[in-house]
Design a protein around this ligand. Structure first.
Ligand code: FA5
Length: 344
């Protein structure tokens, strides 16, 4: 088979130079690069050849293909580029437009908004307190004096800044409970606070990340009892996960609440059967309890007159436990992989 690609190239080039208009450019495309065009015919002719000949002519056809495609792209560009002084003269009406990518709120932002909405129906008011915080608000005033071993659980990041004689070191707050003290010190009673904020801990594995969100509820009023706390937790769980989700309160020892609990729900990933995320079917969402009298005192509130409850849960864990989402590693939420995020 004889093939003079140079002749095809020069003829194509000549025709292209004459085709100043989009219409004749389309004609050129169909002649050389179209479904029944020269390039297609040559490619199919070459595929029928014997191996040796195929190698040689195949290379030539490939080279011709690159040449024609580049030449076409160049001309298309010059024909369709809009000149500033004559904006519509070269406008190629039949060129398909580029579909704009439409984004959406990040999953965690969606969850935060929903949490806020659920609680606002109960009269909780959203506040935000510092994420870079004094030791005093994150620990000391929460009934955890400087050397108390309970502090270890919070695996805290310390900021390299001078210590304050009264407030201590600067930390990235490891929980939203710092908001309890700050809210009480505002002196507006009764309190129905919802503090949603970023927290930090030196942790990273399938169900921990170094930066995560918590939401903290605090209610302080006269005659507040544990039944109010249980009612609010139940309301939250049923609103988020539906009535089929079971939850349990496990006795725990937080220094700032007494009594204290940890709250678990049946795992939304496996339906409570046990999986790589939950191991045995239950997932801890957060802690809760009745505000300790020492904490009320640190907030300037008389524990003989007022009582309160508080809870602090992880936003990401709550999100992950929603049935249907099936996110079984908390770190996916922070990788910013669009293929993951676009699914939601
Ligand atoms: C606390 O942080 C307490 N301040 C909660 C509390 C508030 C108790 C008010 C009583 C009264 P805990 O360390 O268990 O507790 O954390 C609460 C929740 O935050 C966890 O159950 C989890 O859902 C989330 N969480 C904690 N650390 C991480 C982390 N590294 N990554 C993701 N989520 C986390």
């Amino acid at each position: 088979m004889k093939l003079d690609t140079e002749a095809i190239k020069s003829e194509a080039k000549e025709m292209l130079e004459k085709s100043g208009e989009p219409g004749s450019l389309a004609e050129w495309h169909s002649k050389y690069l179209g479904k029944k065009g020269i390039l297609r015919t040559l490619t199919s002719d070459v595929s029928d050849l014997a191996v040796e000949e195929k190698k040689e002519l195949g290379r030539k056809v490939n080279e011709l293909k690159s040449y024609l495609e580049e030449a076409y792209a160049g001309s298309l560009n010059s024909v369709t580029s809009i000149k500033k002084d004559k904006p519509l003269e070269n406008f190629y009406k039949t060129l398909p437009g580029k579909k704009p990518e439409i984004g959406h709120l990040h999953l965690i932002t969606q969850a935060i908004r929903e949490i806020n909405e659920v609680f606002s129906k109960l009269g909780f008011i959203r506040v935000r307190y510092p994420e870079v915080e004094w030791d005093y608000y994150s620990f000391e005033a929460l009934n955890m004096p400087k050397t108390h071993p309970a502090r270890d659980e919070w695996e805290t990041f310390f900021i390299d800044l001078p210590e304050d004689p009264k407030l201590g070191k600067v930390v990235i707050t490891p929980h939203t409970s710092n908001g309890q003290i700050r809210e009480m010190l505002k002196g507006n009673l009764p309190i129905r606070m919802l503090n949603i904020s970023r927290c930090g801990r030196r942790q990273s594995d399938i169900n921990h990340v170094p930066t995560f969100y918590q939401f903290e509820g605090l209610v302080v009023d006269k005659n507040i009892s544990i039944t109010h706390l249980k009612g609010v937790l139940e309301y939250l769980i049923y609103n988020f996960f539906g009535k089929d989700t079971k939850f349990r309160l496990r006795p725990y020892d937080f220094r700032f609440t007494e009594p204290s609990f940890e709250v678990d729900v049946t795992c939304g990933i496996c339906g409570g059967k046990g999986c790589r995320f939950c191991k045995e079917g239950w997932v801890e969402l957060g802690g809760a309890g009745m505000v300790h009298p020492n904490v009320l005192k640190a907030g300037g509130i008389d524990p003989e007159v007022y009582s309160g409850f508080a809870f602090g849960w992880g936003v990401e864990r709550v999100l992950m436990m929603r049935t249907g989402l099936k996110i079984d590693d908390i770190r996916y939420l922070f990788e910013n992989n669009l293929k993951f995020l676009e699914q939601f």
